[in-house]
Each structure stands twice: as structure tokens, then as C-alpha cells.
Write a protein that binds this ligand. Structure first.
Ligand code: NDP
Length: 240
């Protein structure tokens, strides 16, 4: 049986690597993105994976987007909540909009995607939800009260929904990446990045594929007894 997956923010960075890892596992994958159509078109042409544009922070748009994917690819078995943004700043300079936008997309997106897909998984008796948290949601990070709060919220969301899905064959887990060499980290100023790398025991940034392998495993039949768990993939930077 071919399973169907949606990877939010799947057209670039970690999400793209997750799409490819699931595709290699024989899963029929749909990637979602926010608005970078050039990246999405290049992704679709390169991988053959269809890309669907909707804002995961928008409840109605997410329900409609997931319904379209289910109509075109089939009932959704696997959801990877990977879409995320940063709007960094120290609290005394952070605007309410920057707080709210990060909560709306990074945490609200998980709720919206689950509302669209979890009931179907529960009815069919099989499902996998993997939420991409962050080391900064576990440990906190200067200048990121919004991002750290949203990512920390993802870890709580994961444990709560795991309890609701457990007896219906639906597992819900999180992965907490450390610093990974994507566009998001390329935006960090070089001197700050050097200091960050100096604190990673493995001595380098992680690669998107190293997160994707964890997602592919947690999305498989073999991971049926793992639920409510957070897998840290961070080069030893935070042992939690
Ligand atoms: P990128 O910035 O490289 O890619 C982000 C992806 O998310 C893009 O596809 C983007 O779409 C999409 N996206 C952003 N906002 C929305 C939205 N509102 N609705 C739908 N899609 C959206 O991010 P990374 O690959 O670096 O990060 C992926 C995830 O991993 C994020 O949740 C991030 O917080 C987390 N993470 C990353 C770490 C890192 O070191 N890179 C470390 C820890 C966690 P578009 O192309 O259209 O803009």
C-alpha cells in the first residue's frame, strides 16, 4: 500500500530533504510552501513531487490545501510539520507582530495541519505526525523569545496529541534539530555562527539529510512503539 505524506515547508532546506527521504521510502509526497514560487517550481521540476501553496498559519487555507492534496493524492497518512520562520530580536525591541507571526505559523501551523488530517488518520487506524521543534525550544536562545516559545510549545503539543492518537495507531513525535546548514542558518551573521559552531561537540553544522533520516524512520511502520518522543539531532550541543 502506498502511503501519502504532506511535508509543510517542503520545497527548501530541511523540508526538501524530508520530501526526498520519504519519496525514497516509497511514499507519495506532497510538499507545501508559503510563497517562494521560484523555489517551489524548481523543486517540483527536480523531484517530480507536487508543491502546494498555502499558509499553514491560516486555518481555512490549511483545511482547503489539505483537502485538495487528499483529493489529488489520496487520504493523508503522514504529516511532517516542518514549516517555520524566525523573527528574532530581544524582547524590549520585539514587536507584537513579530511575536504573533512566529506563534501563528510555527505553532498554529501544527494545530491547523492536525485539525485537517488527524481525524482521518484516527478513523483509518494508522497515522504518523512528526513535528519539527528546535534545540532553541529545549534550551532557549537569546533574542528568540517568540521562536523558543513556539518551538517549546511544539514539544508540549506533541506529547498531548500522542496521548490522543496512541490507541488509534497514530503516533506523534518531534525532532529537535540543532544548527543545520540551510537558508535559515545562512541568515545568521558569520561571527555569531562561528561562536555557535564552537559550541557543537561534533564540530560542524548538521546537514538537512541528517534530520530527514530521523523523520523517515519515525514515519515508518517500524517506529510504531515510539510516540510522544522528542529525538534531538544536534551534534551533541544539548543533551536533553
Ligand atoms: P527554510 O527557511 O530553509 O525553509 C522554510 C520552508 O518553510 C520554506 O519551504 C518556506 O516556504 C516554508 N514556510 C515558511 N512559512 C510558511 C508558511 N506560513 N506556510 C507554509 N510554508 C511556510 O527553513 P529550514 O529548512 O532551515 O527549517 C525547517 C524547519 O526546521 C523550521 O521549522 C525551523 O524552525 C526548523 N529548524 C531549523 C534549524 C536550522 O538550523 N536550519 C534548527 C532547528 C529547527 P517558501 O519557500 O515559500 O518561503
Amino acid at each position: 500500500m502506498t502511503r501519502v505524506a504532506i511535508v509543510t515547508g517542503g520545497t527548501r532546506g530541511i523540508g526538501k530533504a524530508i520530501c526526498l527521504a520519504l519519496q525514497a521510502q516509497g511514499v507519495k509526497v506532497a510538499a507545501n510552501y508559503a510563497g517562494n514560487s521560484a523555489a517551489a517550481d524548481a523543486f517540483a521540476a527536480e523531484t517530480g513531487i507536487p508543491a502546494y501553496r498555502f499558509d499553514v498559519g491560516d486555518h481555512a487555507a490549511t483545511l482547503a490545501g489539505c483537502a485538495q492534496i487528499a483529493a489529488e493524492l489520496g487520504p493523508v497518512d503522514i504529516v511532517v510539520n516542518n514549516a517555520g520562520i524566525t523573527r528574532d530580536g530581544v524582547l524590549h525591541k520585539m514587536s507584537f507582530e513579530d511575536w504573533n507571526e512566529v506563534m501563528r505559523i510555527n505553532l498554529g501551523g501544527c494545530f491547523n495541519m492536525a485539525k485537517a488530517t488527524f481525524p482521518g488518520m484516527r478513523e483509518r487506524g494508522w497515522g504518523r505526525i512528526v513535528n519539527i521543534g528546535s534545540i532553541n525550544g529545549q534550551a532557549g536562545q537569546y533574542g528568540q523569545v517568540n521562536y523558543a516559545a513556539a518551538k517549546s510549545g511544539i514539544h508540549g503539543f506533541t506529547k498531548a496529541l500522542a496521548q490522543e492518537g496512541a490507541k488509534y495507531g497514530v503516533t506523534v513525535n518531534a525532532i529537535a534539530p540543532g544548527y543545520i546548514d540551510t537558508d535559515m542558518v545562512a541568515a545568521v551573521p558569520a561571527p555569531v555562527l562561528e561562536k555557535i559552531i564552537a559550541k557543537i561537540p561534533v564540530g560542524r553544522l548538521g546537514h538537512a539529510e541528517e534530520i530527514a533520516r530521523g523523520v523517515a524512520f519515525l514515519s515508518s511502520d517500524e517506529a510504531a512503539f515510539i510516540t510522544g518522543s522528542t529525538l534531538s539531532i544536534n551534534g551533541g550541543q544539548h543533551m536533553y
